[in-house]
Design a protein around this ligand. Structure first.
Ligand code: A3P
Length: 291
């Protein structure tokens, strides 16, 4: 476990009390992000790591492509006249936000940040935000496997070691329970729509329909079916070498609900329930999250 802690401290830095991986983020970029000017027609997906952000990114980029009458699946072809930026807002170099000024609308971005760490222009300009949340136990399970699969994140010898870090605010992007209770303060705003990983697993067609309606994107039945088909776990996994290169297998692991039952001890289960109660009992997001 000692080697594992060293590994963690070398790979992360802290900004405003929250740990982030040095390979993806920097204090300089965070500083530059503060003055980022959001546009009212930006499309933002907010979700903590491992909540299914790649899944919803695919759905949203398909919906945007449909709204622009483009052919689905061709938007990543690297058209030189339409420069692209890595959609994860806080990931990249500090000059990224200057370059983003030149991107055509609608710009699509994803963020793992809490609302208080996002640029204030997002809320001032009432940018529409899709907030994605996932059962914390499944999210922790997913994060554990991901952390061990990606060199940029600490590796853990045992699940117990990871669990300890997860509940003591030591993993990348900080404590998920705090993340949820911060976002809970925003869920009533008209520009925010919340979806759960679990409801999307249950009925993808309904989820996609509601998301399209929220962003004001009309869909024919055929277009809806196409987006639904393209966003199945099997189809995204099959396509993952093309979309995610060598990381395909790490991002599309199992795609299931309740996988936490394979890892959690009874004690860990109780501890997580207690933390959930303390942070989220009776809140809107708390009620939406299924266990
Ligand atoms: P698991 O590790 O539980 O399989 P993120 O994209 O935020 O990193 O989240 C990754 C999680 O979303 C992984 O969870 C991954 O398998 C799951 N996921 C990705 N695409 C999915 C899809 N089309 N349907 C269901 N789950 C998906």
């Amino acid at each position: 476990a000692a080697a594992n802690l060293k590994n963690r401290d070398e790979l992360m830095f802290s900004y405003k009390g929250i740990p982030y991986p040095t390979s993806f983020c920097s204090p300089e970029a965070f500083k530059a992000l503060e003055s980022f000017e959001a546009r009212s027609d930006d499309v933002i997906l907010a979700g903590y790591p491992k909540s299914g952000t790649n899944w919803l990114s695919q759905i949203l980029t398909d919906l945007i492509a449909i709204s622009q009458k483009k052919t689905l699946g061709e938007e990543r072809s690297g058209n030189a006249e339409e420069p692209e930026e890595f959609p994860y807002l806080e990931v990249g170099d500090p000059e990224k936000y200057e370059r983003m000024i030149k991107l055509p609308s609608p710009r699509f971005m994803v963020t793992h940040l809490r609302p208080e760490n996002l640029p204030t222009s997002i809320f001032k300009n009432k940018v529409k935000i899709l907030l994605l949340i996932r059962n914390p136990k499944d999210l922790a399970t997913s994060f554990y496997h991901f952390s061990n699969g990606l060199a940029a994140l600490p590796s853990y010898e045992t699940w117990d070691d990871f669990f300890t870090d997860f509940v003591s605010k030591k993993i990348a992007w900080g404590c998920y329970f705090e993340y949820l209770s911060e976002w809970n303060k925003y869920v009533d705003k008209e520009n925010i729509m919340t979806v759960t990983y679990e409801e999307l697993k249950e009925n993808r067609a309904l989820g996609v329909k509601n998301i399209a309606a929220f962003f004001g994107i009309p869909l024919t039945e055929k277009e809806l079916q196409l987006v639904v088909e393209r966003s199945s776990f099997q189809s995204m996994k099959k396509n993952s070498e093309k979309t995610h290169g060598a990381f395909g297998n790490i991002f599309f692991r199992k795609g299931a609900v309740s996988d936490w039952k394979n890892l959690f001890s009874e004690d860990q289960n109780e501890k997580m329930d207690k933390m959930f109660e303390e942070c989220l009992a009776g809140t809107k997001l708390g009620k939406k999250l299924k266990y």
